[in-house]
Design a protein around this ligand. Sequence first.
Ligand SMILES: [Zn+2]
Length: 508
Amino acid sequence: MLRVHNTMSGRKEELRTRREGEVGMYVCGPTVYNFIHVGNGRAYLVFDIIKRYLRYKGYRVLHVQNFTDVDDKIIGRAAEEGISPEEVARRYEEAFREDMRRLRVLPPDVTPRATEYVEKMVRVIEALVEKGHAYEAEGDVYFSVTSFPGYGKLSGRNLEDMRAGERVEVDPRKRHPLDFALWKRAKPGEPAWDSPWGPGRPGWHIECSTMSLEHLGMGFDIHGGGQDLIFPHHENEIAQSEAYTGEEPFVRYWLHNGFVNISEEKMSKSLGNIVLVRDILERYDPDVLRMLVLQTHYRSPIDFGPQALEEAKRAYGRLEDCLFALSEYLQQKEQVTSPARTQREVELTGFFMEAEERFEEAMDDDFNTARALGVIFELVKALNTYLDEQAVMATPAGKIIAGQGRDLLLKLCQVLGLFSPLQEEEEDLYGCGGDEELRREKKAAGDEASAESRLPAPQSLIELLIELRARARAAKDWETADLIRSRLEQLGIKLEDRREGGTRWKPA
Ligand SMILES: [Zn+2]
């Protein structure tokens, strides 16, 4: 039984999806005006891990994640750089996709851009005005928070406390200080769309309501994002969506990940303490950042810094070392006078089964990745001990158990997204509409093709590729370097960058 912590109830609840075996999930995507920092990156890694685990549990996941490509920050950036807001948005959208590819974050099924849904947003706003939930003021349109009795139910605030507590600038055009913009009148030179209230553009909150309703419909399963989105963004999404449809709930389960802190302060652009994902990837394997995210429960804060990264790197290194040691053992020649299966192998088989169960129990408990990793490291310890005992004695029974151990270790790691191959470019398309069938066909075709091409590569060719990868890295062409590494891995060749410099390779 999978239990998830629902911000709405403040408790862990059993996941009961709208449709059996299917999860509709909306994650708030980036506002594309800059490279993403580790604080933003955590959310996408967290929901990637959640999605991978849901798939492992047998759910079909339809993952929708937007791009906010019209916003004050984008307009500001465009003015600074002397290019159009659209150019800014496309540039950083591409950069985001590249960062995600490198982090092995599975691409969402649908990635709607806000600017492509403006007409629909106008229709939703019109309906809200008609129903008395919104009003126009000099070309702007505001949502009236007092018109929606449930306002504050997600964040646990009530309007009176908020009025007293928030230092909101008093705008004489607003009926209540917390009324928020659904539509913003265009200033000269800003991107604008026609509307019944004159040229303007949508507010941020209405974008997510419109796009999630469009692709997932009312009452979808999981809405995700960082804790900083609970108020006002998600509170406002609920108010808009439920007022618009007259139904509830808008979403069954609200999941929010914790902050990334630096010296006990939240990493944020406004505090000026950000570290970009791509800067980390210049110095660390993408899986090290994933490991760092996995080591902490997704709702708890992460203390980020060089020490945390080094610890994550060491932990990841232990996994790699164990996989290498198993590969080396599996390549050894068997001893002719090998003993049959002993009590040790019987014990280990039992341990494997139990480890897999405990891994699943940890993940079933609100995706407790820290505990799940604990199980993985127990497995590593057991396998290392076994290999030490075996020394150079490769036996048939030993090879079977080492093979099973390696398969299990790799399988559990991959459920969390570690040691995943780089996504194929063609899978990362717009609006493929979550066509699992099509994807499975494509994947099957790809698997067949790669099976055919699984010929042993001559050593000199591998060394040539290693050299090309080193050159790509020197030129900071990380995409090519990652591509070489991942393609070699698909061909059964695993590269290891040595601490002292240089790269060695092993059959995977
Ligand atoms: Zn959103």
